[in-house]
Design a protein around this ligand. Sequence first.
Ligand code: NAD
Ligand code: LMR
Length: 333
Amino acid sequence: MSEPLRVLVTGAAGQIAYSLVIAIARGEVFGTNQPLDLLLLDIKPMEGVLNGVVMELQDCALPLLNSVTPTCDESVAFKDIDVACLVGSMPRREGMERKDLLAANVKIFKTQGNSLHQYAKKTVKVVVVGNPANTNAMICSKYAPSIPKENFSCLTRLDQNRAQSQIASRVGVKVADVRNVIIWGNHSSTQFPDISQAQVKVQDKLKDVRSAVQDDSWLNNEFISTVQKRGAAVIAARKLSSAMSAAKAICDHLRDWWFGTESGTFTSMGVISDGSYGIEAGLVYSFPVEIAADRTYKIVQGINIDNFAREKMDATKNELIEERDLAISVCED
Ligand code: NAD
Ligand code: LMR
């Protein structure tokens, strides 16, 4: 067995963390031979609940769990960590857009960027989940200048999973038989779920999604808006934001980052733009990426962008520019 990996989950007393920590601790992300030191951060008023989560982890008798450290102190939580799952922040309530959360949440990511800079390993891999996730990730990296920009990401895998699942049920295949759906842009209702590169396996043959679905109107309209508005639909139904599916998506995101994507496939994550596809450099924008075994990723190049896609990719980019400007002004206050 190797040395324990130090994995931080923030918002550890919250909804998403309740599904996430058990999945990580069972080895579903870093493998069943990888021991773990779990660091669990939440705020002081949640200390009692956090201790309850720790009791339950103990009661799970998990062989991979070398240690669990609950804390409300960032200097303890971020110390020498290898992986940071930054979940802790306020969730959206019914009727709110993710943008409405910006003023409330962005300062958390300024502070935690600072803590990453001061305490974490320089190789730390960061996934930001707390909304608005893209802009929070951008702010976090800005305040962690000693950590390479490419170590920061935000979660759009939930959107990818939603899109994949919609396609699978429309075609009548298993979700595992759908691949290479792309999520471009912001984890918000302006995101662009794009099936232009996606394929489905039907009776052991790969088909492009358009020919398998045979309904362009559904693909160009209802499919896109269902994925864009799925977060709001879950909130309306549960009166709480998605948690189980978000935790599963965080696991998928981190597992792919840790072990790499399969040859011929890619995955979407929010990463710092290098200017690819005309997206302003420095924004955290969701792109299709291929991840190598050494945990480096490359934005997939050469995808043909038609007018339909261009318009949608620019709309979500423009929303991110607005969010960035607002976030920078909030952080400088
Ligand atoms: P929750 O309210 O159940 O839990 C959030 C936890 O974060 C709470 O325990 C709270 O005390 C804690 N917290 C607040 N400030 C903190 C800080 N400074 N440091 C550490 N912990 C802090 O919310 P949830 O349902 O778990 O959702 C968490 C976030 O994830 C929300 O912002 C939600 O909108 C977002 N989310 C993102 C995605 C995505 O795909 N990117 C999906 C679902 C939810
Ligand atoms: C989601 O997509 O389910 C989350 O980001 C929660 C939300 O506010 O939509």
